[in-house]
Design a protein around this ligand. Structure first.
Ligand code: DX5
Ligand code: ZN
Length: 220
């Protein structure tokens, strides 16, 4: 079985020393870079956009996992492919024609992800699960780092895992928001494949060790 992947969220990095934090992730045991793009409309916050991702890409040596918290994401699929995104995740709640959006992401050579807000039931993905490479279960309401983990997430992961198995899909399950060493092990046990961690990594005194520890906790 594959080990659980850890994806530090750059939203919690020091934007005045971005290269330093990117190099830290490069040299760590982390697997992916998680990049949060917010438009101030779909979520009540604006993070950063294309020029910053372009700068990140120049230094990042691992998979670029882009999480779009924007309305009408179809407008920017091509742009994010050109910027070097490996995985492009859109919100279920932001897509009127999700199936078409997923095909468009794949046509640009990226893996296609769908994120679900805490209030969105797993069942809405029943008819598309075989077209989805990654489902990102939001374990906080999207928009901000540093929020508390919503406990109902475990139940959603179990339901999603059951759906993936019943449909014989190869979809990867990612958890985003409030991930710490306290919930990492249980998340892995209920079926999570990728854990995004922002504040827990970047606000810790020794981020390299924090990442190492998350890998260790989820290894067995
Ligand atoms: C929230 C973002 C998350 C966030 C996670 O809207 O999608 O990726 O950066 O941050 P933490 O780990 O601090 O909850
Ligand atoms: Zn995210």
């Amino acid at each position: 079985m594959n080990t659980t992947k850890i994806a530090p969220s750059i939203l919690a990095a020091d934007f005045a020393n971005l290269q330093k934090d990117i190099e830290m992730v490069n040299s760590s045991e982390a697997d992916w870079f998680h990049i949060d793009i917010m438009d101030g409309v779909f979520v009540p916050n604006i993070s950063f956009g294309m020029p910053v991702l372009k700068a990140i890409k120049q230094h990042a040596k691992k998979t670029i996992d882009v999480h779009l918290m924007i309305i009408d994401p179809d407008r920017y699929i091509k742009t994010f492919a050109e910027l070097g995104s490996d995985i492009l995740t859109v919100h279920y709640e932001a897509c009127a024609h999700l199936h078409r959006t997923l095909q468009a992401i794949k046509a640009e050579g990226m893996k296609a992800g769908v994120a679900l807000n805490p209030h969105t039931n797993i069942n809405v993905l029943k008819d598309t699960i075989n077209d989805i490479d990654l489902v990102c279960i939001m374990s906080v309401n999207p928009g901000f780092g540093g929020q508390s983990f919503i406990e109902n997430t475990y139940e959603k992961v179990k339901q999603l895992k059951a759906l993936i198995i019943s449909k014989e899909a190869s979809t990867v399950i990612e958890i985003d928001g409030g991930v710490t060493s306290k919930n990492a092990k249980k998340l892995k046990e209920v079926g999570a494949d990728v854990l995004v961690a922002g504040s827990f990594v970047f606000k810790s005194s020794e981020p390299l060790n924090t990442i190492k520890n998350l890998k260790k906790i989820t290894a067995s």
